[in-house]
Each structure stands twice: as C-alpha cells, then as structure tokens.
Write a protein that binds this ligand. Sequence first.
Ligand SMILES: C[S@@+](CC[C@H](N)C(=O)[O-])C[C@H]1O[C@@H](n2cnc3c(N)ncnc32)[C@H](O)[C@@H]1O
Length: 243
Amino acid sequence: MHNEKSISFDSYEKMAEYYFEFVDTKPFNAYYERPATISLLPCVKGKKVLDAGCAAGWYSKWLIEQGAEVTALDFSPNMIEMTKKRVGNKADVVRADLNEPLNFIADRSIDIVLSSLTLHYLKDWNIVMTEFGRILKHSGFLVFSVHHPFMDFIYFNRENYFLTELLEDEWETNKEKVKVQFYRRPLCKIISSVIEAGFTIDKLIEPMPTEKFKELQPKIYKKLTKNPHFLFLRARRGLPDWA
Ligand SMILES: C[S@@+](CC[C@H](N)C(=O)[O-])C[C@H]1O[C@@H](n2cnc3c(N)ncnc32)[C@H](O)[C@@H]1O
C-alpha cells in the first residue's frame, strides 16, 4: 500500500527492530553522521521541526530533549512503531511517503526540516523539495545528509558519474543480510534540486569522523579521513533580500 516509486520499503520494514536496538551506537551514525548533522542545526528550542525519514526515532527523541515540537514521518509502519515506542506521545508520528505531497502539514507551519540519510531513496526530488518549501516558514531551515555521490561512484565502480542511477547494497544486521536499494546522483543534481525549489544553500560540509570513531574503528576512521562518505547540507527557504 505504498507508492510504486518507493524503493527499499521491505528492507526498512525488516530492519525496524534492528534500527531501534543497534543503530544508535554504530560508529557511522553516532560518531560521524549525527555530530555533523547536529552541527548544521540552528537552536531548535521552541521550534517546530519535521523529522523526515525518522526511522526508529533517534533524532525525534533528541529534538524533543532539546525542546523542539516534533512531527516525525516515515513510510515504514514498523519504523513508525519504533519511533512511537521511543517518544510516546511527545511527538506527532505519522506514516507518510516522501514521494507524495505532505497534505497533512499546513503551508508555512514548520521552522526546520531535518532529513537524515533518507533523500537518496527518492529518484525524483521535485515533489519532496517543493513540499519542504511549501511547509517551511520564510527563512526556515532545511538540513539533510545523504550518501556522498563520490563515495557511491567509487564504491560501486560506476562508469558514468553524471547519471542518476539505482544501486543495490547488502547490509548486515543482527539477524540477516538485507538488500537495500538507493539512488546515486551527481553533486550538481543534488544542489540544483535544492536551489530550483527556492532554497538558498548556506552550508555544505564533508566532515571528518570524530576521535571516538578512531578509538572504536581505527582502520575505517583512517579511510574516512581520506574519502568522504556522507554529504551534509543546510539551506534556507527563500532568497536573500538583495536577490
Ligand atoms: C537510513 S534511515 C534514516 C535514519 C534516521 N534518520 C536516523 O538517523 O536514525 C532511512 C529512513 O528513510 C525511510 N524512507 C525511505 N524512503 C522513504 C520514503 N519514500 N518516504 C518516507 N520515508 C522513507 C526508511 O523507512 C528509513 O526509516
């Protein structure tokens, strides 16, 4: 009962409990992705924040603890259950597909959209960027992380960097291996989708892993200091006054 354009639905349904129990402490999340995403967020206290692709709710919980008013969405019912288990009734947790309009969210009602490691599951960013632009207040923030296009290009040994293409990987979980599909697209497409939806990009980072990462996984740490893995971007809705 999900949009036929949506990929990796079954994979995330299978991985919901694994995310709830194990992903919080995985070095790639805890000591690489999360510190970088958090460094891009403005003060969230008292702000209305959409956690778009909430998975098992780590960011939703963190945002609530910082004093934000949170709406969380994900297309996977099992992930929605995990987020509800984590945050109870302290957030609105809604099943929704980012390939479709977010009709349940009013125009200009959100201060910050946070989308961590989710947008690479969408082939077309038109709808999602238009919707983020519609629901955000003027000058509201969009903060997101995605697979770095260079990383996927190299790791999957692709031939044509300029294509947008579907890739498949297999991830280990505590129980089984799960196949996951996602899209790789060139950097210019990532950037132009954001700009064409009326955003002004004000930060883009390719961060280093933290010292804690080094302590836990020194070999991968070394690799990450020479090869970007995720790309992090912050944009504001609307153009500067002088544009
Ligand atoms: C890598 S996880 C996100 C991790 C999460 N933000 C965190 O840091 O814990 C990607 C999430 O995106 C969700 N997702 C993928 N495609 C989606 C879509 N089309 N609409 C809504 N959610 C989607 C998946 O169900 C999954 O929970």
